[in-house]
Design a protein around this ligand. Structure first.
Ligand code: HEM
Length: 147
């Protein structure tokens, strides 16, 4: 049961960040400022789903992995604080800042600089979360481990 809750929360977290990343990239590339601002406001509201999902994934993951010392568990345990720190120190403040700037119509070089940082940090978290999903599925035998 705990594994299921863990996997669902982790999956929700991954999909949310993927949605945030893709909607940001697509709106910045192809949409007008009004749409970009609407996307950024939506992302900020989406944090009310993302943050609890990540807290549940991290908390249940640490509980599941408490007594395990194998390489996959160690790798997941090492990635998790980096994912959390990246989210709380870069992604969350960036989303809040960008939503404010876009709502005020300030599409200046500061906005785009922070935007680039946010997209890079988002891609880094997607990669680390993807690796956690892969390693989790290897642990439960749903996908094969490499020899
Ligand atoms: C973003 C964070 C994480 C994601 C997306 C994630 C995802 C997953 C997934 C998809 C599974 C497979 C579940 C299944 O096949 O039913 C899994 C299993 C597992 N995860 Fe994570 N995980 C994350 C963080 C962690 C952390 C920090 C730990 C701590 C070590 C951890 C420990 C485990 C363990 C021990 C299992 C196997 C449980 C079992 O054998 O029943 N996970 N995880």
């Amino acid at each position: 049961m705990k594994t299921r809750i863990h996997a669902i929360a982790g999956g929700i977290g991954f999909v949310m960040i993927l949605l945030f990343w893709a909607s940001t990239a697509i709106s910045e590339l192809f949409a007008n400022h009004e749409t970009v601002a609407a996307v950024k406001a939506m992302i900020l509201r989406g944090m009310f789903i993302l943050i609890p999902a990540m807290a549940i994934a991290g908390g249940t993951g640490m509980a599941l992995g408490q007594k395990r010392k194998d390489a996959l568990t160690r790798a997941k345990k090492t990635r998790m604080p980096v994912i959390a720190l990246n989210g709380l120190v870069i992604l969350l403040p960036a989303a809040w800042f960008l939503a404010g700037k876009a709502a005020a119509g300030e599409f200046d070089s500061t906005l785009y600089a922070v935007q680039v940082v946010e997209l890079i940090a988002g891609a880094a978290n997607l990669t680390m979360m993807g690796l956690n999903i892969r390693d989790g599925l290897r642990m439960t035998g749903r996908i094969r481990r490499p020899r």
